[in-house]
Design a binder for this molecule. Sequence first.
Ligand code: B12
Ligand code: SF4
Length: 550
Amino acid sequence: MKSCNVLLVSPGFPTNTFWNLAATCAVVGARHPQIPLGLITVAALLPAEWTCRLVDRNVARLTNADLDWADLVMTGGMNVQRADCLRVIELAQARGKPVVVGGPDVTSEPDTYMHADFQVCGEAEGVIDSFVAAWCDGQRHAKFITPRSSVDISRTPVPRFDLVQRRDYLHYSVQFSRGCPFTCEFCDIIELYGRVPRVKTVAQFLGELERLYDAGYRGHVDFVDDNFIGNKKAVKALLPALTQWQRDRHYPFWFTTEASLNLADDEELLQSMREANFGAVFVGIESPDAATLIATSKKQNTRRRIADSVHRIHAAGLFVLAGFIVGFDSERSEIASGMIACIEDSDIPVCTAGLLTALPNTQLYRRLEREGRLFPWSFVVDRSREIGGDQCTLGLNFETQRPRRLVLADYKQVIDAIYRPQSYFDRVRHLAAKLPHWPPHGAASETLARWHLLGLDDRAWHLLVRLLWGSVHAGPATFLEVTRILIWAVRLRPELLHVVGMLAAMYLHLGPFARTVSATTARQIADIDNGMWRSPTLPIAPRRTSDVAA
Ligand code: B12
Ligand code: SF4
């Protein structure tokens, strides 16, 4: 096979988003939180004779020299990367380079990317061989579609971790499964990756970790699974092997992941995760209101007191990060106070509280379209060009059931309350008072035992100074709280200094970000008050035959 120079370009994310974590990255000297796992997985699928290079626009510039080197440019990502992805296509084509675009955004909205030379919709494993054959045959325009859930990921090769520069990122990511069995109305994951979680084999997955280990990496690894416990049987088979693998190597990694709240019901599973050195889990709680959870088909979060479930996860040694959403149809006026109370009772410091966004390719989107309440997607895209942002500032892309002003005011109340420095650090303190030793095993804990003796190693001193310096920049209230929490941890829970320092570092981004969200929301409220707001509602979509039949 002829060789081919492939330039993989990860498009930039907007900077003013919840997950950008810029100030947190600055503390540890990284430039971006996560590696572009999708693109480096695609790279691993390409023929061995082809040469791949990666430019992640979140950490490096894309130069003309990069483009001139390439025979082919491959790019793509998620919806918030769209503006930059379109720019990458333009830049590459301007230098005469054909572009292949793939990833979740093109899969959800292929029409936006019509002018790319090749489109790949769905998971690349399903069509990459057809693409390579077409390319080698001299074709220069084509669209490839992988049917949903058709890919057997137990055949996915180890991602090309070697293409990323370790120092640029907060941590590495891996993926054990794709898909989630639940049916949440607003969720696009089940539309993109299906409802039957597919998993890698244990040997295959440990092989991926081995690759990171052999490359000398130690520390945080995030499982980017849609719902880590979506296939409990497979996870229960993985965890003992993972624990043994970790033990044999003296726990080189600690893990985070995403899982549904019913994780709290399975004590054995929680213990196995702790044994394997999981330290945190992101949970979509969405709303404290049971009627809302039922209406949005998130029934797994009902039939329980949310705070009790979260405390059970904390007691097992994993701290919870959570997603909350304001703007559901069934919400009532008490939503703000209920959500604030739920967050405070649960001691969850890091909450992505966002405005409900109807993402294309979801049940919610289709329902709102049928009901004639959906705004054209350009509403989100145009505003994202103006203010960047994510679901915190760009949500509510539909006619809300309650007056829009009230929904925005409730949202602002939540953001203002939970991200006040004192409120955030009180939650950190309450959480830390309950967490057992963290992370459960391994090198990180040993480092922190040295903190206890104040025999800090160079790296720990360096991080401490940068954290304090960053908190000075975030304002006197933040500096005071960061200092207080560090002193508290050193005196009372030195073995938790790592997690406390990490949560403090996250606040350096989240505190100022919350203030930006609050100001943007206040402007939206003022626009409504001043009569400047007009809903760009679409005409009611014609009913489809399938809807009539149903
Ligand atoms: C980890 C993750 C994140 C991380 C960051 C990831 C990163 N790269 O920086 C965090 C937590 C920060 C995040 C945040 C958000 N995320 Co996110 N995230 C994910 C998640 C769970 C895993 C991503 C991943 O690594 N997957 C593993 C790789 C192997 O899969 P993949 O990327 O799909 O790649 C495959 C194919 O898509 C394709 N492919 C991908 N790229 C390309 C390129 C080419 C050229 C080709 C041919 C093929 C191809 O082939 C790959 C192999 O099959 C996905 C869900 C998922 N299952 O992917 C959501 C997902 C990507 N996120 C999504 C969204 C909406 C967001 C948010 C906007 C809102 C939110 N959910 O919080 C924010 C915005 C972030 C910001 N900074 O503004 C949506 C995107 C929807 C869309 N249509 O674009 C997804 C699909 C699901 C979801 N709702 O969360 N996210
Ligand atoms: S539990 Fe999470 S991933 Fe699963 S359907 Fe609901 S929102 Fe989507």
